[in-house]
Design a protein around this ligand. Structure first.
Ligand code: G6P
Length: 367
């Protein structure tokens, strides 16, 4: 069926605004309604016996993989390797006996990711496909399929598929942590409660649309933009930069904030906006000290933090986007939304073709 844009100007905008709904749909499937604990389809591996998880993907999906690495390692104490499919498929990596390989793909058809899946299958890995299209090639060839339930995504730049990937990955991590005995009941209940709140918090984040549009008006004048983050938010900095490049054609880079001094700080001057993603929490002070280094060199900072973060350090930033106070576990999915909106409004301000950016395809089924 033809999918309508409704009151939205672009499919991408519609898909950004659908996120509270589709994240809720994913949670309704992956959280048991009675216990609010994650439930996964039957037929998965014995996670307690898995020596290593390998996650492979392309583009935006590869940033979901990178976020998941932080979660699986911290919460489920499971060693994780992440690679982009175009490298992984040719590098002849040895894979451990009893290992699990997870392939993340909106389309389930990306040629490099599919080839990587076949390689892992030859290496006798248990194959899990996290896809949006349940009839896709990857779904057919996997041992276990985890549909992300985002609904059809039309905009070439992925938005709701990314946050649904993260949502299903959070459920998977909690289920894996339980079967590996690395999480106690109280902690699991606390994280599940944070997870259940994500749709409501995502709706609050979307309320910043007007403010973000105003910021995008000056972002549209920039030639280069830097995005900084740490920990599980670092991949969101990468995703923010990718989104901006894809649809506004402005050069952007995402960096781990701690790596700033090893190169990118040389780029900083009044003309380079720096988007700092810094939810309060154990890494907040570290990220803020990197932000101070940027400010000391005349950089114009857009700080994305929450009430607690902003009270401490917000006064020095040029612009502040105040996001809801949530558990650190769920911040990647919530901080993904403002960076999508920043890219969207910047592209609209520049007058580019938001839904069909030049040179890009929705699904890359050739090498
Ligand atoms: C293309 C799209 C991206 C997407 C990537 C991976 O480059 O433009 O939005 O992230 O492919 O696609 P997949 O379907 O495998 O997630």
């Amino acid at each position: 069926a033809m999918i309508e844009k409704g009151n939205y100007r672009h499919y991408m905008q519609k898909e950004i605004f659908e996120q509270p709904q589709v994240i809720g749909d994913a949670l309704a499937t992956y959280l048991d309604p009675a216990t609010r604990r994650p439930r996964l389809p039957e037929g998965g591996p014995d996670w307690a016996a898995v020596p290593r998880l390998t996650i492979v993907a392309c583009g935006t999906s590869s940033y979901a993989a990178l976020v998941a690495k932080y979660w699986f390692e911290q919460i489920a104490r499971l060693p994780v390797e992440v690679d982009i499919a175009s490298e992984f498929r040719y590098r002849e990596a040895p894979m451990p006996k009893g290992g699990v390989a997870l392939f993340i793909s909106q389309s389930g058809e990306t040629a490099d990711t599919l080839a990587a899946l076949r390689y892992a299958k030859d290496e006798n890995q248990f194959i899990v496909a996290l896809v949006n299209v349940p009839e896709s090639s990857m779904a057919r060839e996997a041992d276990l399929v985890l549909p992300i339930l985002a609904g059809p995504e039309i905009g070439v730049a992925s938005t709701k598929a990314f946050t649904c990937q993260l949502t299903v990955l959070m459920c998977l991590v909690l289920a894996v942590a339980r079967s590996r005995g690395t999480i106690d009941a109280a902690e699991e209940a606390r994280l599940c409660a944070a997870l259940s709140e994500v749709p409501a918090r995502a709706l609050e984040v979307l309320n910043h649309d007007e403010k973000i549009r105003a910021i995008a008006l000056w972002l549209a004048e920039a030639r280069d933009v830097l995005y900084l983050g740490r920990g599980a938010i670092f991949p969101i900095a990468l995703e923010g930069a990718l989104k901006l490049k894809e649809i506004s054609y402005i050069h952007a880079e995402g960096y781990a904030a701690g790596e700033l001094k090893h190169g990118p700080i040389a780029l900083i001057d009044e003309a380079v906006p720096v988007i700092v993603l810094a939810p309060h929490g154990p890494l907040f002070e570290k990220t803020v000290s990197n932000m101070q280094e940027v400010l000391a060199r005349g950089g114009r900072v857009v700080l994305l933090s929450d009430t607690a973060g902003i009270e401490t350090e917000g006064r020095n930033a040029a612009e502040i986007i105040e996001l809801p106070m949530v558990d650190a576990f769920v911040t990647p999915v919530l901080y993904a939304i403002p960076v999508q909106l920043l890219a969207y409004h910047t592209a609209v301000a520049k007058g580019t073709d938001v839904d069909q950016p030049r040179n890009l395809a929705k699904s890359v089924t050739v090498e």
